[in-house]
Write a protein that binds this ligand. Structure first.
Ligand code: UD1
Length: 418
């Protein structure tokens, strides 16, 4: 298994190009199943999750290829309606296959995704939405079997929580339903808006994406599309925090600063110099940072996907701070690993209390999930001496050219194959 070796303590400086959003890419690639016409998606990052999705689409019967940062999908003769365990277990977002296949084939059997290290992550809201749209659901032999007799029928879907995935799955099915679907308490994440923009390019009639109420007027047919993905705001936030934790200065290119407002504000309040243009952000360390409390919330609040990276930063900011995780119930796997670098952190249910230390010292650590991995790399970059980060396959799921990008910024970082 590959490992990353870091000799920390370098102030990172220079420019980094932010890749296309992973969390936009996945639902938009699944949207290709809604049409038989050609599809072109640009600005697609090179990640394990993208490869998994391409393999999945090809297995289902949609010919899909990736060349450089462009994904193309073509027509297919016949789709399969069964998504087996081997494909679903690799990536939770695989459940997004359900919406398009249900809409087109009127049935889909998906192996139950199960939990993951960051929590139980059930799909009850996805299934409730499909039920409201008129489908029947049967759980048998480890599969969720969803079917509808005729066509899906528009309905009012009121989510108990604005789930990103459930909102996406509802969009991906209701676009071809008969009549009007209204999603109440919809997720407002930029990735939802990106997906809705794509669906509208395909001929769907969606209004309100990006707000809590989305209205979808079903259509009979959808067309091909060409689309460039929005930048990855989580990758961008990780590089901003890299500038802060290494006391450097990094310019992020190809970003949408508005998507990062809450992270920029927190960094500014902490003492970082942050300057934005239309599509760049310059983050520079100018003075000792002050501790800042954060609480994860749905967009536009502080993203849960940046919580681990923020914890790494606050652990080396003198003074006390707290982090409250409101989105996932078990997303503090990185605490024990950050403690190996010397972090002074204690956990109390949903809250961690941090007492910032002067500096980290390098350590061997193990990645438990994607964003925890980013936090450990950031800690290694800030630490004095050598760190070895293992189980980096989690990082390869979500960070495009991680070592190359950090190396370009002056980090002493390399991947070893062992
Ligand atoms: C997406 C993102 C992930 C991010 C998360 C929250 C993708 C591929 N992944 O994940 O990076 O951390 O949004 O911003 O876009 N829940 C239920 N029942 C459901 C669905 C969700 O209880 O049917 C719960 C989950 O267990 C979790 C919370 O709702 O506690 C948020 O989940 P959700 O917004 O659905 O996240 P994902 O779409 O899985």
């Amino acid at each position: 298994m590959d490992k990353i070796v870091i000799y920390g303590g370098k102030k990172l400086k220079g420019e980094v190009i932010i890749s296309g959003s992973k969390n936009s890419a996945l639902p938009i690639m699944f949207a290709a199943l809604l049409t038989d016409e050609p599809v072109t998606i640009a600005n697609v990052p090179s990640l394990a999750d993208i490869e998994t999705t391409i393999a999945f689409l090809n297995f289902i019967g949609k010919k899909t290829i990736k060349k450089g940062s462009v994904v193309k999908a073509y027509s297919s003769d016949k789709y399969r309606h069964v998504a087996p365990y081997d494909l679903v277990r690799k990536m939770r977002a695989s459940v997004l296959i359900m919406g398009p296949l249900l809409a087109r084939l009127k049935r889909v059997d998906v192996s139950l995704p199960g939990g993951c290290t960051i929590g139980a992550r059930p799909i009850d809201m996805h299934l409730d939405a499909f039920k409201k749209l008129g489908s029947e659901i049967l759980v048998k032999g480890g599969y969720v079997k969803t079917s509808v007799k005729n066509r899906l029928k528009g309905a009012v879907i009121d989510f108990k929580f604005p789930s990103v995935g459930a909102t996406e799955n509802t969009l991906l099915s209701a676009v071809l339903a008969e009549g009007i679907t209204t999603i109440v308490n919809a997720a407002c994440e930029p990735e939802i808006e990106d997906l809705a923009n794509v669906l509208n390019k395909m001929g769907a009639k969606i209004v309100g994406a990006g707000t809590k109420k989305i209205i979808i007027e079903g259509v009979d047919r959808l067309h091909g599309f060409t689309h460039e993905l929005i930048p990855d705001r989580i990758e961008a936030a990780t590089y901003m925090i890299a500038a802060a934790i290494t006391k450097g200065g990094i310019t992020l290119l190809r970003v949408i600063p508005e998507h990062l407002k809450v992270v920029s504000d927190k960094l500014r309040n902490s003492g970082m110099h942050i300057k934005e243009t239309k599509n760049t952000i310059f983050a520079k360390w100018v003075r000792s940072l002050k501790p800042q409390d954060v609480e994860t919330e749905v967009y536009p609040g502080f993203p849960t996907d940046v919580q681990a990276q923020w914890m790494a930063l606050m652990s080396v900011v003198k003074g006390k701070s707290t982090i409250k995780e409101n989105i996932f119930e078990n997303r503090f796997m990185h605490v024990a690993e950050l403690q190996r670098f010397g972090a002074n952190i204690s956990m109390d249910g949903k809250i961690v209390n941090i007492n910032g230390v002067e500096k980290f010292s390098g350590a061997p650590v193990m990645v438990s999930d994607l964003r925890a991995g980013a936090a450990l790399v950031l800690a290694g970059l800030a630490a004095e001496g050598k760190s070895i980060v293992s189980r980096i396959y989690h990082l390869d799921r979500g960070y495009d050219m991680l070592e190359k990008k950090f190396k370009n910024l002056g980090a002493n970082i390399k991947r070893i194959h062992k």
